[in-house]
Design a protein around this ligand. Structure first.
Ligand code: NAI
Length: 335
């Protein structure tokens, strides 16, 4: 079968890591028809809009999308393309695994946990207004429907992967109505998954526990902003942003991208670490049902870390994006 994959190179280091990920996917032997579309600052510069309708349509109609990071100006300018994409295409679940890689020095070994982040509401609802000059309100929206959907996704993920426990992360002691609803809904969904243990933990305590003992967690489910922050923390626990993949999943639509941003400080230098987007491509292959290709690519990436000293600058090495990519291709070729 030939897959139609939308490739969004994105901004900054996006095109560099997207090319690397595209090359390794092709090397698995998967038949792919790539459709390139712009988004972000690059799209604004070239097409006059950060999220062209053609890009949205391609993402909607292709089998899956591999996306490089897109830049968003802070405090001013256009709305985040990512938030827009997640809301317009109802990509309600953000799946962010954090797994230690052999040969990558980090605080802990054998970390293997999953952050499931609600992707469409919370403080990212985009509902901000100025009440009077000098006073601004942001609405943190929590609905039962979205809470139920994300809780189900977390439990189904746990079930599929044979995981033992789901932890709901919240601040229901203070945000009694909104996070109270989120926690109650998670509890109710848990009843349908009796083989999976369920517990909950307050966000601040979660941050401390993660740093002291990340092995205490398995699958974690939380609202949007908590998920954003906690998944950067868990990325840090396994070696940094250059290694952290993610999937944005909706009904029949999925966008795979790294957790990291466009890294303007190193863009255009050819030194970005492509691992995070390559691992996102592994998630994409699994989503497409191409388990064998996914395993081969993941093993090739892990072997570069365990059997060689080839590392990009963020991990203390001197390899370029291209050299790292060649190393993965060589491992793929040698089986
Ligand atoms: P960032 O993730 O781009 O960079 C943070 C630090 O990590 C920088 O020092 C950068 O050089 C380093 N880094 C990130 N990825 C790396 C990689 N693959 N290899 C080596 N080093 C890497 O975060 P920042 O600077 O806060 O955001 C830059 C832009 O990216 C902003 O416009 C932001 O809105 C956007 N962004 C986009 C995301 C997306 O499209 N999914 C996610 C996060 C941020």
């Amino acid at each position: 079968m030939t897959y139609r994959i939308t490739l969004v190179p994105g901004d900054g280091i996006g095109p560099e890591v997207a090319e690397a990920a595209q090359r390794v996917v092709e090397a698995t032997g998967l038949q792919v028809e790539w459709e390139r579309h712009l988004a972000g600052q690059t799209a604004l510069d070239e097409l006059g809009t950060p999220l062209p309708p053609a890009t949205l349509e391609a993402i909607r109609s292709s089998h899956a999308t591999l996306k490089g990071p897109t830049a968003t100006p802070s405090g001013t300018g256009f709305r985040s393309v990512n938030v827009e994409l997640r809301q317009k295409l109802h990509l309600f679940a953000n799946y962010r695994p954090a797994r230690s890689l052999p040969g990558v020095p980090s605080r802990y070994d054998q970390v293997d946990l999953i952050v499931v982040r609600e992707n469409t509401e919370g403080l990212y609802s985009g509902l901000e207004h100025e009440v009077v000059p000098g006073v601004v309100e942001s609405l943190r929206v929590v609905t039962e429907q979205a809470s139920q959907r994300i809780a189900r996704f977390a439990f189904e993920t746990a079930r599929q992967q044979g995981r033992k426990r789901v932890t709901c992360v919240h601040k229901a002691n203070i945000l009694k109505l909104s996070d109270g609803l989120f926690l109650r809904t998670c509890r109710k969904v848990a009843e349908g998954f009796p083989e999976i243990a369920f517990d909950d933990c307050i966000i601040d305590a979660t941050a401390m526990k993660l740093v002291i003992n990340p092995h205490a967690f398995d699958v974690m489910v939380m609202e949007n902003l908590f998920g954003d922050i906690v998944s950067d923390l868990t990325a840090g626990l396994v070696g940094g942003l250059g290694l952290a993949p993610s999937a944005n999943v909706g009904e029949g639509i999925a966008v795979f991208e790294a957790v990291h941003g466009s890294a303007p400080d190193i863009a255009g230098k050819g030194i970005a670490n492509p691992t995070a987007l390559m691992l996102s491509a592994v998630l994409m292959l699994r989503y497409l049902g191409e388990r064998e290709a996914a395993d081969r690519l993941e093993n090739a990436i892990r072997k570069v870390f365990s059997e060689s000293k080839i590392r990009t600058g963020d991990l203390g090495g001197r390899a370029t994006t291209r050299e790292f990519t060649e190393a993965v291709l060589a491992k793929l070729a040698s089986g």
